[in-house]
Design a protein around this ligand. Structure first.
Ligand code: NAP
Length: 349
């Protein structure tokens, strides 16, 4: 049986979700996929990086995290002040990168990913920063070091979008993608369609824990823009800069805009779109990229996706339109995306 030595950087919602799945899916991984995972290191911002050669006990780590006690209280660990030093000193087979998304310079995730790819470790990541700002650089680095870099959970969490398009739809030429890729804004727009105004809908989203106290990244469309950048690089192989994407959020929408659309049999959604411009579908055709509120007729499958649910519709030359609908966030939902990437790596390495 294959043994994978795993490191997790970022032990918040997603890092813990993956760790929990490694416990609950342990026998499935052994029996169905013929591999076993040893979690050798974990890092967070407050307690730094801990490492244990023989493996960390995941239930102990989850208990320490839940009670906000230092991870260094785990018995028998070596400790480094920061993750980068710890990763360089200890290595492993796979890094699961799950630190917070930073769309300015992608740190600290991008440094973690660069360092371990150079050491010959595979990487799976939920972190949108490195994927949005440097996907192609990191993919080249992975190739150079003969390792894999997988990013399924950066777009729609564990709902399989990237693998479905790149692997399940292999050979099809993708011509356009349209998606509802942010649960917070979709929740707010759905609540507004049910009669609330913007401020009420935002307060409701915050009460349910769907929106941050500072909702800017979601409501101004930056989170959706990050996912659009990831799809432009991974699906179209056209890495874009953030300022090449037209972006408009939902903050200026009023109840009147929403009810007028409803009276015309339409729904307003924050839609990410990527489209090869029709005049030239040859290899170097320009790619149009937009994030903006769009009025959709009810006949459009995206119009009927409500609440925090996400969806993506993919148009190709051989499959006219494929729509994938599913969760776009959550502890186990995002952990599932990382788990699927880990299994893909175990199967191919
Ligand atoms: N939550 C979701 O549903 C979801 C879905 C898709 C993608 N993602 C992405 O997944 C990533 C993790 O999200 P999350 O919800 O788990 O966030 P989170 O709960 O805020 O956890 C982030 C973790 O990163 C740690 N961290 C920050 N800086 C660090 C550093 N320099 N070195 C080591 N650890 C560091 C934090 O440490 P402390 O615990 O000490 O603060 C925390 O443990 C983000 O990039 C997010 O965009 C999340």
């Amino acid at each position: 049986m294959k043994r994978l030595r795993l490191s997790i950087t970022g032990f918040g919602t997603v890092g813990q979700g993956l760790a929990e799945l490694l416990v609950t899916k342990r026998s499935l991984l052994m029996h169905n996929f013929d591999f076993e995972v040893t979690l050798i290191s974990v890092a967070n911002a407050r307690h730094g990086f801990i490492y244990r050669e023989d493996g960390l006990d995941i239930p102990t780590l989850l208990e320490l995290a839940a009670s906000r006690r230092p991870l260094t209280a785990h018995p028998g660990v070596r400790h480094w002040e920061n993750a980068l030093e710890g990763l360089r000193a200890t290595g492993g087979d796979v890094l699961a990168e799950a630190t917070g998304t930073n769309l300015r310079d992608a740190e600290p995730g991008i440094s973690h990913i660069r360092a371990v790819l150079e050491q010959g470790m595979h990487v799976i990541t939920a972190n949108k920063g490195p994927a949005a700002l440097a996907a192609n650089e990191l993919i080249s680095l992975a190739k150079q070091h003969h390792v894999q870099l997988r990013m399924e959970s950066t777009v729609m969490a564990g709902t399989p979008v990237i693998s479905t398009i790149r692997e399940g739809m292999a050979g099809a030429q993708v011509r356009a993608i349209r998606g509802i890729l942010n649960g917070t804004t979709n929740y707010i727009l759905s609540a507004m369609a049910a009669g609330r105004d913007y401020a009420e809908a935002l307060a409701e989203a915050q009460m349910h824990g769907y929106a941050e106290a500072d909702p800017t990244a979601d409501v101004e469309g930056y989170d959706t823009l990050a996912k659009t950048l990831i799809l432009s690089a991974l699906v179209f192989d056209r890495p874009l800069e953030p300022d090449q994407i037209t972006r408009q959020g939902i903050t200026t929408l009023t109840r009147e805009h929403i009810s007028r659309a409803i009276s015309e049999g339409k729904r307003i959604k924050l839609v990410a779109s990527l489209r090869l411009l029709p005049e030239n579908k040859a290899k170097n055709a320009p790619l149009e990229a937009r994030v903006e509120p769009v009025e959709l007729p009810l006949s459009d499958p995206l119009a009927r996706v409500d609440g925090v649910t996400n969806a993506i519709a993919v148009q190709t030359d051989t499959l006219p339109e494929v729509t994938i609908i599913g969760p776009g966030a959550g502890r186990l939902q995002t952990g599932q995306g990382l788990l699927a990437d880990l299994i893909a790596i175990a199967n191919r390495s």
